[in-house]
Design a protein around this ligand. Sequence first.
Ligand code: SAH
Length: 471
Amino acid sequence: MLRKLLTQPSSRRLLSSGIPPLFSKSSLSPFSSLSSSPEPPSSESTTVEHPGTTISVDRSSLYTPPDHSHESTPETELVKHLKSIIKFRGGPISVAEYMEEVLTNPKAGFYMNRDVFGAQGDFITSPEVSQMFGEMIGVWTVCLWEQMGRPERVNLVELGPGRGTLMADLLRGTSKFKNFKESLHIHLVECSPALQKLQHQNLKCTDESSSEKKAISSLAGTPVHWHATLEEVPSGVPTLIIVHEFYDALPVHQFQKSSRGWCEKMVDVGEDSKFRFVLSPQPTPAALYLMKRCTWATPEEREKLEHVEISPKSMDLTQEMAKRIGSDGGGALIIDYGMNAIISDSLQAIRKHKFVNILDDPGSADLSAYVDFPSIKHSAEEASENVSVHGPMTQSQFLGSLGINFRVDALLQNCNDEQAESLRAGYWQLVGDGEAPFWEGPDEQTPIGMGTRYLAMAIVNKNQGIPAPFQ
Ligand code: SAH
């Protein structure tokens, strides 16, 4: 039944400049206006129909934004807040600052107050597509725990756990490994109080004390703690870190080459009171990170650059992870959509499974950017000489090599027709469009999968050797 290598040419467009070139300078400001307003592509391009099911959009698609002005934005609390920062700062803010406020502003950030996942939400992620995703990550963690010499105590950290589905499936899937299960202390790093609550429910937690930040998951009898940042997670204990679709939510700075050098794209308020993009008159302090990133690029890569997206927060986070892993032992698994190359211009907004303008109604749509995997690799290697970095490899290779085909076959032995259809659809969405051995499926099941657009990378303590399945 299984067939090897069904690779389809991808219809996804490659990264392109996205932002139209500079046009005339605004009369009052030293900042150049940039036409800013990508038109969302039609919804057909973002919703995938499978026989019998509608699969919601993941966040990895990119599109060429045509140039036209965006709708006026309601004066929400967040809009007022952003405008007041720009006003009191006396000038525009970076795209990174805009992104951070839009996603994680404590009062009105996109993630802070509601469940944003699944058909009723804004986008779908792999753990929500199929239980097999969390189960396969469970296989990865048990393998690494074995390579670590089966420590009696391990901090299992997840950054940005969403609904907690990945962790719940991981715990269920690994529950037979008694010693592993008993070694675990779970630490969830989550900024959103609403999502912390959902994680608490989905992990079937009972509160251990009066603190809402500490509980026991009845799925595995494991202690669970919540933190706002990785720095808050206690160190000094071997650590496994799962980072799925987290890096893409970290703020990015955007730069554009101009006759004045590398200038930064910023967010400003125009005379019509609408948000607009402008270009800084000269290089900004964030250009230091740009310089650093460019030292990791090949001369050919550097020559072609016109636009560059850089995430200093991602570099800093990676350094923190690498230092911990280097001193405490263990490893991190990073899965996200991105490229094994410098990123030019990928920031996008998704609301209710449709692409929308980045500047429209901030806080009501997700913002995310492609992950720059080489920058993660170099940041980790720079932070600790005790770690090694492996990959990236495609999600399809990763899940295929860990045995997802055996898992799906086993699950199919014990399910009804409806469940079988949903399992197959989930399987295709996770590994489709990639190298993992696929079923011979009917033509209409041609994958529009996350198999090659999502990449997996591991950072491990060198004492652990090479992690599965990167050997
Ligand atoms: N990993 C989950 C959710 C991905 S969405 C999944 O695959 O389904 C991003 C997650 O990261 C959300 O839980 C969001 O609330 C959290 N998040 C985003 N930015 C964060 C930050 N700066 N600090 C902590 N959590 C953050």
